[in-house]
Each structure stands twice: as structure tokens, then as C-alpha cells.
Ligand binder design. Sequence first.
Ligand SMILES: Cc1cc2nc3c(=O)[nH]c(=O)nc-3n(C[C@H](O)[C@H](O)[C@H](O)COP(=O)(O)OP(=O)(O)OC[C@H]3O[C@@H](n4cnc5c(N)ncnc54)[C@H](O)[C@@H]3O)c2cc1C
Length: 601
Amino acid sequence: MVEYNAPIRDYEFLYNEVLDAIPTAQRLGFVDFDAEFLSMLMEGWAEHTTEVWLPINQLGDIEGLKFEDGTIKMPQEFKDAYREGIEGGWMSTSCKPEHGGMGVPVFFQSVTWAEFGTAANMAMSVLPALSVGVYEVLTEHGDQELIDYFATNLASGEWSGTMCLTEPHAGTDLGIITTKAEPQEDGTYRVSGTKTFITYGEHDMTDNIVHLVLAKTPGAPESTKGITLFLVPKFLPAEWESGGVEALSQELMATHNGVTCSGSEEKMGLHASPTCVMNFDESIGWRVGELHEGMSLMFQMMNRERVATGMMGIGLAEIAYQNALAWARERRQGRDLKGMQDPNERADNILVHPDVRRMLLEAKVNNEGCRALAAWTGLLLDQMSSEDPEEAEYANALISLFTPIVKAHFTDLGCETASTCMQVMGGAGYCSEFGVEQFYRDVRISRIWEGTNGIQALDLTGRKITQNMGKNLRHLMWPLTEFIEENRDIPEMSEFNKPLHQGVRGLQHLTLLLIAEGQANPHFLAAGATDYCRYFGNILLAYMWARMARVALESVGDPFYDAKIASARFFFKRIFPETVGLAAKIQAGHKPMMEYPEAMM
Ligand SMILES: Cc1cc2nc3c(=O)[nH]c(=O)nc-3n(C[C@H](O)[C@H](O)[C@H](O)COP(=O)(O)OP(=O)(O)OC[C@H]3O[C@@H](n4cnc5c(N)ncnc54)[C@H](O)[C@@H]3O)c2cc1C
């Protein structure tokens, strides 16, 4: 039986003691949002996910979905659970109250909601996450008539959303998509083309599906510069035949819009999340945003989705950890090397073995470090909309840097942790009965979708560190160097502060090296990108662990805070040293791979 305790206490510590999230939220306009309400929200969501979503997670994996005659039938239990979520108002926590949403800060939806939801049932959680993403793009960039018609149903979850980017020949390279959009006299477009791998492209959980489709208008420039974004619903609005967008009503009529599904992929995990081939045949669509601005708008949506994807890494790693730990507490094998612990038993508990502790602590400490960075990232997502231009610029700069790191580093660690937790459980970890192997299969996609982790690393290295003349990095260096200075003379902090300082110096050195060598030979920069992204991720986690330790040192003697200090110590002694090896790999440059004879590969 799979267990899950949502880490509410950890989030309370982060939001209230490490990050001062409540005053920031109130300053940003969430005047009634306080710590008590945040705790209630977390408790309510934790209860919903553990009592409604978690019990059907394994059923979704085993039963999966059924593709029949162009339709996808979801398990009835999923439909019931989804409806309960709508009735509880859980699908729209960050959507605006005027559209029926709760209107709470983005950090709750993007971080805490995402972690609890994905841990309990990743296949289910991606449906509302996509709908909220579509809602955000639509309400920020769509025409008012479109907002009036689609926003409320997307916010409530009555209708769902998709992101239609990928085509059979165009995955990472979206510049070569061939889906076309022909302008019409009434201001609409006819969209035609085939999209593959579309998550929840077709299903029977909602009455309508609202697709955001990337396409090219006639004569558009080649490459991503010619891409425009369109909203294409599965079903057309009721009054479509009698008028334009102005005549739309809230009533849905089954006027099929030429959007069909011709298949759903069989895949390693996420069996209850449809992955569809979608065909658009002269489907009526509305432009969202300006002509040829599609990629930048889609990137806005993808940035939030990339943070949400990072949270999948933490969510699945956390539930895998909790179950591996519970299992390890019961398992007895071998004896403590320093002498038997339980002479009355035939063997000691496996927690006496340093290697088992290593695995579990790597999982715990990485999960908690990532959660801390995620909580900060979530708060920055809110600060991006600050009316204070300096605060908004600072938040934008950090989000630019953090998004690829959160996506890539958290999901790399998520996959590694799920695998490690299987290892803790020995053969039981590999067997379906105990659930952890499903987490491993489910989380694996997170390294691939929303742009592969290799592409995230290139985005960080090739774009984000040099963007705005290096301003992004400068915005990060201020709080980092200030923290290091403030803690320089505190003896209890030196075990954390010193390695952090060394690591930051290393980061500056490696950044300059990549920029300088990369100008002469782009292969040098690209060859080191993944290692640099991981190095950078470690620096950010080190900063968060040092900040958490600083707070925890004020409350020594309380088990929660003592554990934080012990975790910080484990991080700096057992995880952070990998930066030394990463630096060596970055410095080795491109030759070991690019001079390797291709024919011999
Ligand atoms: C289960 C599932 C759900 C999905 N959901 C959606 C969805 O809802 N909507 C949607 O639009 N798409 C979706 N996708 C598609 C997903 O986003 C793509 O699979 C992903 O972006 C990678 O594209 P690709 O598969 O074509 O790989 P490719 O682009 O062919 O890449 C293959 C390899 O080459 C590397 N590579 C490619 N180009 C470069 C480069 N320039 N530099 C360095 N390395 C490079 C990649 O990192 C990768 O390792 C989904 C995919 C899956 C499997």
C-alpha cells in the first residue's frame, strides 16, 4: 500500500521562515492572504490529493486509457475524481476570481499544488496544469471576446487545454513545422496539419478541449520567426454559424471543428495520460497575440510549465523516498558492521548500513533542497508582475536563469532519486506491488518533454547567462555575495558558507570560460552545457541549504531544525563535492566527443 504525507511542514518553514512569502504576497496585492490561510490551503489540497487522487494512481497505470474509433475513454474512477476536484474548486487556484478562480498567488499553484498533485497522481495532474497554462496565455494575450468565452470554463476545469507544438518531423526544431493557418475574411483562420505527442489531446473527462496550436500563415518567414499561436477548440461555440466571435454564448453545441485524434501512444509510464496524434483539418481557429509572435507566447506558457515539470521531479522523488524509507524501517538484513544492534532478531534493520543511509539521505536532502529553490522560484513568478519596476526586473532576470535549471536539474534528480529508492528496496523495488517502480516509469518523461534537458542546458548556457549583457547573472550574484558576506564571521555557518563561497567563485570562473571559449568555438560551450547546468543547480541548492541552516541554527534542540542542520551538512559533505568533477568535465571541452571518429561510434 503506497503512503504519502504531503510535506506541509516543510513548505510552512520555507514560506514563513526562510522566504518571507506572506509579506511579499500581501505587498503584491494579495491583501487577505496570510500564513493561516496558506496552511489551510495546503492541508485542503493535501487531503484531496491523498484521499481522491492517490488511491486511483495504480489503477490508472494498470488499466490505462482506451482508444476506440477516434475517441479516448478514461477510467471511470479518473472521471469521478476529476469531477470532485472541480467541485472542490481545486483546478483553478491561481486563476482570477472574475473567472471563478481562487485568485491565490502563483507560487501556490506552480509549486505546492504541483508537487502534491504530481506525487499523488502525475497522470491526472497534467490535465489541470495544462488547462491553467492555456488560461494564462489566453487571459494575458487573447482578445476580450475569446477570454469571455473560454476563460471561465478553463479556470473551473469544465474544459481542458492542450499545447500543440510537436509534429512528426519537428520536435526540438519547431522552426520546421508545417501546420498552416489560412486567414479568413471574418478574422478567423483555417488551421490544417498534424501534431504528435499531444498530452490530453483527446479524452472524455471534459466537454470541450481548447488547443493552443503553433502554425504558420502564408508567406511567413522560415524558422521560428514565422510561427503564430492559434486557439482551436474541439467543439465550436453555439452561435458560430450565425455570427463572429461577438455572438459567442456560454452554451456548448457539438459542432465538430475538424479536430480529430488518430491514435494514442503506448508508452513506458503515465498510462492514464493520453499522448495523442491530432489532426486539424481546416479547423476554425483564432489568433492569440500578434502574427509571428507564437514562439515567444508559447515560451511564456512553457516557462510556467517547465517549472511545473521540475515539480514533477520533486513530487515523484518525494513519494518514492517516503515509501522506500517506510519499507527500509521494516526490512532486516545483515548486521551492523560495528556490532549487532538487535540480538533478539535474526538480523538488524537495514538502516544500520551506511550505504542504505547514503541512498535515503541523498533522496531526502536533494528533495528538500529542490523544494526550497522551487519555493523561491514560485515567489519570483509572482514578483514578475510587481508594479515596482526594479522588483519586476530582478524577478524576471532570476526566472530566466532558474527556469532551465529547475526543469533540468530537478527532473534529472527526480529520475535518479526514484531509481535510488527502488534500489533501497532491493527486489521489492522492482515489483509492482510496492508502487515505487511506477514512480520511476512515470517520472522519466519529465526529462524529455517541455524541451529535453539537453536543450534546457543549452538555453541556460547559450542564452540566459549572456542575455541582457549578463544582467541575469548579476542579479543573482547580489543576494549570493551579500549572504556570503553576512555569514562570513559566524563560526557555526562556516562549514556551509565556505564551500558555498568557493562554489560561487568556481561558477564565475566557469561562466567566463564558457563565454570566452564558446565565442571561438560553439562546440566548446555546447559540450559543457549539461555539466554547467548541473553545476549551477548545485550552487543554487547550496545557497538554499545555507539559508535554511542559518534559520535552523536559531532553534537548535528542536528535532525539525536539528534535522535541517544535519541535512545541510550532508548536502555540503556528500552532494556538493560533485561540482569538482563537473568543473573538470566542463574544462575538458568538446574534443573528447567531437574528435571521436563518428564511424567508430
Ligand atoms: C509522453 C509525451 C507527452 C508529450 N506531450 C506533448 C504535448 O502535450 N505537446 C507537444 O507539443 N509535445 C509533446 N511532447 C513532445 C515532446 O515535447 C518532445 O518529444 C520533445 O520536445 C523532444 O522532441 P523529439 O521527441 O522530437 O526529439 P528530437 O528533437 O528528435 O531530439 C532527439 C535528441 O536530440 C537532441 N537534440 C535535438 N536538437 C538538438 C540541438 N539543437 N542541440 C542539441 N541536442 C539536440 C535532444 O535533446 C534529444 O536528446 C510529448 C512527448 C511525450 C513522449
